[in-house]
Design a protein around this ligand. Structure first.
Ligand code: CA
Length: 234
């Protein structure tokens, strides 16, 4: 899809030497990158909706396998595992823990980047292009940047469109203002999180019948926003 944002790669790796070099290669290729150094940080960043995850098996606070299982409970995001010990390779093959791919250390960062791109291409083919909620009463065409409410096309600004699709694609999950800024802009921008409220207010005027009892964007006080529309079945 093209909402103008960079593909977001979450690297979960406690060895700084490795994560730094992988980050450098990915950023050079136009990716937006976040590094989590342990499992709990990884779960926080995971809520920002990465497009792909690079996951080291040996983390200080949690086994990579465990983390992979937790992620798989709510997400089909592509996961490439990094393994160090010989024998882990076989374990991954055998366990079927939900990783899409793995690389054995030491690996070539260029090859890792190539695999990241291949997985994103594959995932992109299955990614939904049309999102539809509440029996077709709200429809978003992610390729054409079109939002239709009760049959009429809405005029959304690009930022409003990005916020709406970010929330919808993270359906049921709370996104903080900071997370929304990151998803929409691809990087932190200090102070911008407060203006998210203004954008959401405008967005609600356009998509909600009654902003006081929203059907789509719920405010979670002190935390952020959550998309609560009911997805239509295919
Ligand atoms: Ca490690």
């Amino acid at each position: 899809m093209d909402t103008g944002r960079k593909d977001f790669v979450l690297i979960i790796e406690d060895e700084k030497k490795i994560s730094d070099i992988v980050r450098a290669y990915l950023e050079k290729d136009g990716f937006s990158v976040r590094i989590a150094e342990n499992g709990s940080e990884a779960l926080t960043f995971f809520r920002e909706g990465p497009d792909i995850i690079i996951l080291d098996l040996m983390l200080p606070d949690m086994a990579g396998e465990e983390l992979c299982k937790i992620i798989r409970e709510t997400s089909n995001v592509p996961i490439i595992m990094l393994t160090a010990k010989s024998g882990e390779e076989d374990r991954i093959k055998g366990l079927g823990i939900g990783a899409d791919d793995y690389m054995v250390k030491p690996f070539s960062p260029r090859e890792l980047v190539a695999r990241v791109k291949a997985h994103l291409r594959r995932a992109g083919k299955t990614r939904k292009k049309i999102l539809s909620y509440n029996r077709g009463s709200l429809r978003m065409d992610l390729e054409r940047h079109e939002v239709v409410r009760e049959g009429s096309s809405l005029q959304l600004t690009l930022t409003e469109f990005k916020i709406l699709t970010a929330l919808a694609e993270n359906h049921g999950r709370i996104l903080s203002r900071n997370q929304i800024v990151n998803i929409v802009q691809g990087y932190d921008f200090e102070g911008y999180d407060r203006t998210i409220d203004a954008h959401v207010k405008n967005l609600r005027h356009k998509i909600e019948k009654d902003s006081k009892s929203p059907e789509f964007i719920q405010t979670v006080y002190g935390v952020g926003y959550k998309f609560i529309g009911t997805p239509d079945e295919e």
